[in-house]
Design a binder for this molecule. Structure first.
Ligand code: CA
Length: 292
């Protein structure tokens, strides 16, 4: 979570904030006065709960000081809602301005559609004939960059075929195989071993802004985080393990021992999968203190 807040801070003063539900949108910014074509930076966080940021819930376990600051300084749309409770339809609506039913995308792509009721007509991608915000702005002379999660179809349905000049990381998948490089993402060249995906996407977006600062641009930064798999940087694990154990258990409403067991399992995963975690605080290895 702190990665996301750091990311917001880095965009800093040129951002006004919109925060609602899973959606954190930042509409821009830094008006291009002469041409009246403002730059647009849109940031989407996946699976981020409405009550998970301090601006909406001062009692939240997570620390989101920079998002809170942007919310305080910007404009909040507190009665706005996502177009659908799952991923792909919401994304399709944001891209096109249409309701999911009009796009025949009322479930997440890859999601089960079997049930007692006959499912709605469903296409497994956002069809190319639909006009995206990127295509509209590109026609108006904007440079357009997409960074992160797409989940509106792979191959010929990807961002580079829907108006984006640049596609870093967008494909048909709904989650990353790994948050650590090597990413196993055909649309994102690997960085150094252990590089963190959230940081990398933010850096790529910033590079795009810097290289297009003299013309109008659209940056669509669609973070995979905080969607599964739950893989955090070691520094974040240390922070929460060392300082937040009892508080976390209380907020989550579970016994402290159960919380410690869950945390230990996560840390063990990091040890075996990434080899990145060394010197874990003693109080984080709480598997032997389990309380049912
Ligand atoms: Ca199109």
């Amino acid at each position: 979570m702190r990665d996301l807040t750091e990311m917001f801070l880095r965009f800093g003063n040129c951002v006004r904030v919109v925060a609602r539900g899973m959606l954190l949108g930042c509409l821009a910014l830094q008006a291009h006065a002469a041409a009246r074509r403002p730059n647009v930076v849109f940031i989407l966080a996946d699976d981020l709960g409405y009550m998970d940021i301090g601006a909406n819930n001062p009692q939240t376990f997570y620390e989101t000081p920079n998002i809170n600051r942007l919310a305080a300084q910007g404009l909040r749309f507190t009665d706005g809602y996502a177009a659908c409770p799952v991923c792909s339809p919401t994304r399709a609506s944001i891209m096109t301005g249409k309701y999911p039913a009009r796009l025949h995308l009322t479930n997440f792509i890859g999601g089960g559609k079997a049930g007692k009721l006959k499912p709605a007509p469903f296409v497994g991608h956002l069809v190319l004939e639909e006009v995206t915000i990127a295509e509209a702005l590109k026609e108006a002379g904007y440079a357009t960059g997409f960074f992160g999660k797409w989940h509106l179809g792979g191959g010929e349905s990807q961002p580079e075929h829907q108006g984006f000049d640049v596609n870093m990381g967008g494909n048909g998948s709904g989650f990353p195989p790994s948050y650590f490089s090597p990413y196993k993402n055909s649309m994102l060249p690997d960085g150094p071993d252990g590089e963190y995906l959230t940081d990398r996407l933010t850096d790529e977006a910033i590079k795009f802004i810097e290289s297009h600062k003299d013309k109008p641009f659209l940056v669509y930064l669609s973070h995979y985080a905080v969607h599964n798999p739950q893989q955090a940087k070691a520094v974040e694990c240390h922070f929460f393990a060392g300082l937040k154990n009892e508080e976390a258990a209380a907020v989550m409403g579970i016994p402290f021992g159960t919380y410690r067991r869950k945390l230990a399992l996560g840390l063990a995963w990091l040890r075996t999968k990434s080899g990145l975690l060394g010197g874990v605080p003693d109080d984080a290895s709480g598997a032997d203190h389990e309380t049912p």
